[in-house]
Design a protein around this ligand. Sequence first.
Ligand code: 13P
Length: 251
Amino acid sequence: MTAPQLIAGNWKMNGLLGAKAEVTALVQALNGRKHLPDILICPPATLLRALIDAVEQGSIRLGGQTCHAKPNGAHTGDISAEMLKDAGASCVIVGHSERRTDHKETSAEVAAQATAAWRAGLTAIICIGETEAERVSGKTETVLAAQIDGSVPTDATPQTTAVAYEPIWAIGTGKTASLADIEYAHAFIRQRMAAKLGATGSAIRLLYGGSVKPSNAKEILHAKGVDGVLVGGASLKATDFLAIIEGAKPG
Ligand code: 13P
């Protein structure tokens, strides 16, 4: 049996307490619907507790946006996977390109974060993707291969892990990758994951992220090799995120 598609929203550094109304509206709109995909919202960690009651009755899970590799300690400003779990998360995004760029996170650190997520009982969404410069100079495959090799621990399983392909040039730019680009990259990632992890690597869900919106979600979600999407800006509004969820294959 294949897993349902995963529709994940990454709110990034957006959302105050008032954003709970969007989540409540989404829960209400989804109420009673059948054959839903898996749905995840990753708000800022400050909102996890507040959103827990909003999602309690529904089919939405919550996640964090990063975690420290250690369970606790002298790491001012950081949050551990155990803390995210304690606050109500069931998943955490690791290795997002904005973390790799803004905080100089390396693939080795991302792999350690994924392992920390599993230690705490969270699933990990491990992000990879090439820059515009790497793409135009024909380095996409080399970059993706290195990120898979370095960021995806060898004991990743479909139950504990998803991989998100987020070409950096498509993030927040409105410039979505073409379906051909997405299918090509996903086929490459799938083959590399299978080479690294065997049958397990063939079953781990592969998400696409980068300017996914209501107008393009359905065709992306029906593209070959796409097991879900990781959505930034368009996950902030219940109506937009709902329209994206509706584009998924029936779960
Ligand atoms: P946008 O959907 O805003 O392009 O962001 C994508 C992303 O980075 C999700 O993690």
